[in-house]
Every structure is written in structure tokens, then in C-alpha cells.
Ligand binder design. Structure first.
Ligand code: SME
Length: 164
């Protein structure tokens, strides 16, 4: 099991997401700076789930053609740049669709920033106008750590923080 609840946390993963979503919204109330918002989301989600091994953003680089550059994150060293279409992050940026990957080693073109990563989820992040501004990437060291519950919760949380 990827989500193991501690004594002070809800037994259910969806309930834990709802709790941390409310905490993030409270912290960010009135803060417009996008870097501050991304750093807060990465920090609070990484702290909320013990199995989140790498947690953070790759932002769309406005100075380069179809390229992501690393943004605020928690975890071991991440690679700096990812082209649209490359790896899991690049697939999310290219398609605008959340990618849930049970086994990263089976994913064509997966970029191994840290060989301990075994599974991951990458969610595209849109601003209020609907433009793609980043992707949000979470890696775990266990296979199949993420499912539709994570996808739905993270899509809702990120839309709330960046989409309005
Ligand atoms: N695994 C990602 C690369 C980024 S890192 O894991 C931090 C990918 O293939 O898109």
C-alpha cells in the first residue's frame, strides 16, 4: 500500500487530500505570487504523504519553444529541462492529460532523474485562462503508488490553486 495513514491522519487517501487541500487554500489566501504558490503546494503535499519521494513542478519556459524547466520541488536533485513529448512530464505537457504510470521503467522515454523512482503521476497545471503553465510531478519509490483517486484529487487541488 502506498498510502499508510499515521495516527493523526485520516485512514482514507481521498480524505487526506481534502484535508491538505483546505490547509493549502488557507495558507495561500491573498498570496498572488505563482512561485510562492507552487513552493507551498510542493512543500505541503510532500509533507502530507510519506510515500511522496519527489514532489514538484516543471514550469513552461516562456523563453524556449515547447520546453519545461524545473520549478519549486521537494526531493532529490531533479533534471533541469524536459522537452514537450519527452518522458512522463513531457507527455503530460504535450497532451494536457494527467499521466498515471504504475511502472516508470516500462514507460517509453521515461527520464530517470533518480533511479529509485518506481511509479509516478504527472498532472498538467492550467491558469485561469486555460493556458498550460506547468506540470506537477510526484514520484514514489514503490510501484503503482498512484491511481484515479490521486489523479482526481490533484487535478481538483491544482485547479483551485492556479485556475482561478
Ligand atoms: N520522471 C520524470 C522526470 C522528472 S523527475 O522524475 C523529477 C519524467 O519522466 O517525466
Amino acid at each position: 500500500m502506498a498510502y499508510v495513514a499515521r495516527a493523526d491522519r485520516p485512514a482514507d487517501k481521498a480524505a487526506r487530500y481534502a484535508e491538505v487541500e483546505a490547509e493549502i487554500a488557507a495558507v495561500l489566501d491573498g498570496e498572488p505570487n505563482v512561485t510562492a504558490r507552487m513552493a507551498t503546494v510542493a512543500s505541503m503535499l510532500a509533507d502530507a504523504f510519506d510515500h511522496f519521494f519527489w514532489t514538484g513542478f516543471y514550469v513552461v519556459d516562456p523563453t524556449r519553444e515547447r520546453e519545461l524547466v524545473v520549478g519549486p520541488y521537494q526531493g532529490t536533485l531533479g533534471c533541469l529541462r524536459i522537452a514537450f513529448g519527452r518522458g512522463v512530464c513531457g507527455a503530460a505537457a504535450e497532451t494536457g492529460q494527467t499521466q498515471v504510470v504504475e511502472d516508470v521503467h516500462a514507460f517509453p522515454g521515461h527520464i530517470a532523474c533518480d533511479s529509485r523512482s518506481a511509479s509516478e503521476i504527472v498532472v498538467p497545471v492550467f491558469d485561469a485562462s486555460g493556458a498550460l503553465i506547468a506540470v506537477f510531478d510526484v514520484d514514489a519509490t514503490v510501484p503503482a503508488a498512484f491511481d484515479a483517486v490521486d489523479a482526481e484529487a490533484l487535478e481538483r487541488l491544482l485547479a483551485g490553486v492556479f485556475g482561478r
